[in-house]
Design a protein around this ligand. Structure first.
Ligand code: 4AD
Ligand code: MG
Length: 479
């Protein structure tokens, strides 16, 4: 008999059907009721065993975590909690779970903390919470490809190994095949990179944007979706050293078009998950409610998880300039009462406390902040006519902060060359990028969505480490 997935069987509800199912035991009660899960959905299927029909030795092997196969008939369930169950005719033990003393406590079917689970690589995936998170993570990735494909974008694979530092923040991981204990040196004592694999220093990409721009200026509209790496030493609940980014880039778009695209795109993803992942989302919604209850009242979210997504879909994002944001902050209560830790003044970057105030207190919805001072934004952003600001945009989400960063790009060669000088970027290093401004340059714009931050927002998980299968953070690259 061909194996069916538990999700299919629960959906079909075919009383009388003979099925074979394979999965992992979540619980085995009273030598009679097996809760079986195969990862296809949140719900377990209940398999009912008549213990008199089976060897005691076999039944002993049915422990939490063991992999088994069962065959039997679908019947209407007598008990509460499920409408159908499997009347077991045959059992196959596929992989025993025989925990040692240490693992025994780990394997208890009880609620473990998220921190604890991060250290139990095998168990983490088997929990309801992480099952739901990773199914939804897949759903978001799929929705992203669907969205761009429907809109006529082409998926462009930007390189992972690159010589450029697109963001200019110098937070790169170097890539080399040198023997680090015996580096070849130049006469002046510096490392001789001409002998390295690529003949020059290279690093893991921090962003695929510069390459995407080349694609957009030929294919019209492209997007990247790949891993990006940043060696920023920020041990926060929002930062990873390895994260995934989606970077659309569109020829002939200006900043307004860019904001419209971002907003439509983010709303589409939320809608897709509500429509296609109702069961997992409902589970995470309840989980979030419980988490909220455990918090002090003033820190609780105003909305439940599903209401929060619906709110994002149904309301226009607030759009304000950086200059306006500073004005609002300087007129705010926390500013006047000196509650902000960091200064608020035109020309200084917004800190997360300021962003949170704008999103969570002032507007209570997603906010797009535009036209930041040129000094703390990247070299490629288009200079505004005021000579002080650039056509940048950051999208801020409640509970997350910055989820998207983007801009209209500087398409004028002379202005861009001047920017390179100001930012100490050697023109010889990015000649290939400057060439796009020499041969049929056009206005264009794009943005980068931090994939894990979007997964956090949709799943309600509070720590970015808990929305990526194998998190990489400072001092941590286990598994
Ligand atoms: O704002 P960022 O640095 O923008 C860029 O890299 C541009 N090249 C994008 C573009 O215009 N094509 O990063 C974009 C987003 C941020 O808004 C944030 O959501 C996410 O990437 N991000 C991180 N996510 C997790 N861990 C980190 N260390 C992150 N750094 C940025
Ligand atoms: Mg940014």
């Amino acid at each position: 008999m061909a194996r069916l997935r538990i999700s299919e069987v629960l959906k079909a509800q075919k009383i009388g059907e003979k099925v074979t199912l394979k999965g992992w035991v979540r619980a085995f009660r009273s030598n009679r009721f097996i809760q079986l899960n195969d990862g296809s959905c949140l719900q377990n299927i209940q398999a009912v065993v008549d213990f008199e029909q089976f060897d005691e030795a076999l039944l002993k092997q049915i422990t939490t975590g063991a992999a088994i196969g069962i065959s039997g008939q679908i019947v209407a369930s007598q008990g509460k909690g499920q409408s159908i169950e499997v009347e077991v005719a045959a059992i196959e033990i596929i992989g025993e779970a025989a925990p040692d003393e240490v693992q025994k406590t780990v394997m208890q079917p009880k609620k473990h903390s998220l921190e604890f689970l991060r250290e139990q690589a095998h168990l983490r995936f088997r929990t309801n919470t992480f099952g739901a998170v990773f199914r939804i993570r897949h759903g978001i990735a799929f929705a992203i490809h669907q969205y761009f494909n429907d809109k006529g974008f082409y998926y462009l694979h930007s390189p992972i190994i690159t010589g450029s530092d697109a963001e200019g923040a110098g937070e790169m991981f170097h890539v080399t095949n040198f023997d680090l204990a015996a580096l070849p040196k130049n006469e002046d004592g510096s490392v001789d990179f001409s002998q390295d694999f690529f003949g020059k220093p290279v690093n893991l990409t921090v962003s695929g944007q510069l390459e995407a721009e080349l694609g957009a200026l030929a294919l019209g509209q492209v997007y990247t979706f790949g891993p990006t790496f940043r060696a920023e030493n920020s041990n926060t609940s929002r930062h990873l050293a390895e994260f995934w980014m989606i970077e659309p880039e569109v020829a002939f778009n200006d900043l307004q078009d860019n904001m419209d695209l971002t907003e439509d795109f983010l709303k589409y993803i939320c809608r897709y998950i509500i429509d296609n992942y109702a069961e997992d989302l409902a589970f995470l919604h309840d989980r979030d409610q419980q988490e909220q209850k455990a918090k002090p009242e003033q820190e609780r979210n105003e909305f439940g998880l599903i209401d929060k997504l619906a709110f994002v879909i149904n309301n226009p994002f607030e759009r304000i300039t950086y200059t306006k944001a500073i004005e609002i902050l300087q007129n705010s209560k926390p500013y006047k009462k000196k509650k902000f830790k960091y200064p608020v003044a035109w020309g200084t970057d917004l800190q997360s406390e300021h962003e949170r105030y704008l999103v969570e207190k002032e507007f209570k919805k997603p906010v797009i902040i535009t036209d930041y001072p040129a000094s703390f934004k990247a070299f490629y952003m288009r200079q505004n006519d005021d000579g002080k600001t650039v056509a940048a945009m950051d999208v801020l989400f409640p509970g997350i902060g910055e989820i998207v960063g983007g801009s209209q790009r500087e398409e004028r060669l002379d202005v861009l060359k001047k920017k390179c000088q100001d930012f100490h970027i050697d023109e010889k290093e990015i000649w290939w990028y400057l060439d796009t401004r020499r041969f049929g340059t056009v206005p264009h714009a794009g943005f980068g969505l931090g994939f894990e931050r979007m997964v956090m927002f949709i799943t309600g998980m509070g720590n970015i480490r808990d929305v990526i299968p194998f998190p990489r953070t400072p001092q941590n690259a286990e598994f």
